[in-house]
Ligand binder design. Structure first.
Ligand code: NAD
Length: 341
């Protein structure tokens, strides 16, 4: 009997439903020749839920996530007013202890990029740091944000990054601002150095965050695995994605010891919502990472190959890639390539 995976699908806001539907079509094409079944369980989450449920992550959705093997998540709009519900992604990452955020950035065929031959992965600590958004207005006009960095979380993410580096080109760069944030980034740096002793074959170097933003533009091809704290990782992974061509191609995985959530790096791009013009490849590649995480390597490889072939041929190109193809044309092109593999 074939194996069945329960997959939570949260379509999200803005362009989320379009890119998620496009990805489900690709996953359905993969399933036609696979030895496993994906059982999609759709849940509600996002900005649109706040009016209906008073929260962006209803309890029913949390219960649904707990019944599943992995989650495919569309982008969601996060309100910026103080006191508004915290980002759904941040809540799920913390709730399921998804401590490693993995964002591969590489050159794609036929996609105009700032530099060629890029193949790096940003591993970002995903549960603490400045990105947690713990802030207080201590007196009118005076705000404080807490940047909590723990040895435990730093060791955990460093271990994940070293394991990945050992499987790749054996080169790890850790990014920090230890010259200014001596205590918090001191803890992070010490943790990375402690873990590095277990991986003598992995070459290690460190770069300050400000210098890193410059190196990613100037010489991105010299990096392999980059590990950093939460907010720094958020910023440099968007930058690296753009350097390789488009935010519309960049996927991310949120991985813990018992669960994984997979999403595009981009947000809900509300100005493009409902127009069927954005690039679904970021979400399709998130699904590819999900299959890889589930151990379905062959199916994951098929998606990757199909995406690369479609991009190489260059006949179907969305607006961000300089073409005029629609979101659904792109997903149909990838799905039909998969059926031919
Ligand atoms: P965004 O990523 O939504 O959009 C920035 C720009 O990137 C867009 O205007 C568009 O030009 C381009 N872009 C994004 N996705 C694309 C795609 N698939 N194809 C082609 N081009 C694409 O970032 P933003 O405008 O800063 O944020 C909008 C909303 O998304 C905010 O509410 C933010 O909080 C939210 N957000 C959510 C997540 C998430 O759910 N994980 C991540 C980032 C931002």
């Amino acid at each position: 009997m074939s194996k069945t995976y329960n997959i939570a699908v949260l379509k999200g806001d803005g362009i989320g439903p379009e890119v998620t539907d496009a990805t489900i079509k690709v996953l359905e094409a993969v399933q036609e020749s696979a030895q496993f079944k994906l059982n999609f369980l759709y849940g509600e989450a996002g900005y649109y839920c706040i009016e209906k449920y008073g929260t962006n992550l209803p309890e029913e959705t949390v219960a649904l996530l707990k019944k599943t093997d992995a989650c495919l998540k569309g982008p969601m709009t996060t309100p910026e007013t103080p006191g508004a519900p915290v980002s759904v992604a941040v809540k799920i990452r913390k709730m399921f202890n998804l401590y490693a955020n993995v964002r591969p950035c590489r050159s794609f065929p036929n996609v105009e990029a700032l530099k060629p031959n890029i193949d790096l992965v940003v591993v970002r600590e995903n549960t603490e740091g400045l990105y947690s958004g713990i802030e207080y207005e201590v007196s009118p006009g005076v705000g404080v944000a807490l940047r909590i960095i723990t040895k435990e979380a730093s060791l955990r993410v460093a271990e994940f990054a070293f394991k990945l580096a050992a499987k790749r080109k054996k080169h790890l760069t850790y990014v920090h601002k230890g010259n200014i944030l001596r205590i918090t980034d001191g803890i992070f740096k010490d943790a990375v150095q402690e873990v590095s002793a277990k991986y003598p074959d992995v070459a290690v170097d460190d770069v300050h965050i400000d210098a890193m933003t410059m190196h990613l533009v100037k010489k991105p091809e010299t990096f392999d695995v980059i590990v950093t704290t939460n907010l720094f990782g958020d910023v440099i992974s968007d930058e690296a994605a753009q350097v390789t061509g488009s935010l519309g191609l960049a996927a991310g995985a949120n991985i813990g010891d018992a669960y994984g959530m997979f999403e595009p790096v981009h947000g809900s791009a509300p100005k493009y919502a409902g127009q069927n013009i954005v690039n679904p490849i970021a979400t399709i590649m998130a699904a590819q990472m999900m299959l890889d995480y589930l151990g379905e390597k062959e199916a994951a490889a098929k998606i990757e190959k199909a995406v690369m072939q479609v991009l190489s041929e260059g006949k179907v190109r969305t607006k961000d890639l300089g073409g005029s193809s629609t979101t659904s044309e792109m997903s149909e092109a990838v799905a039909s390539k998969i059926r031919m593999l």
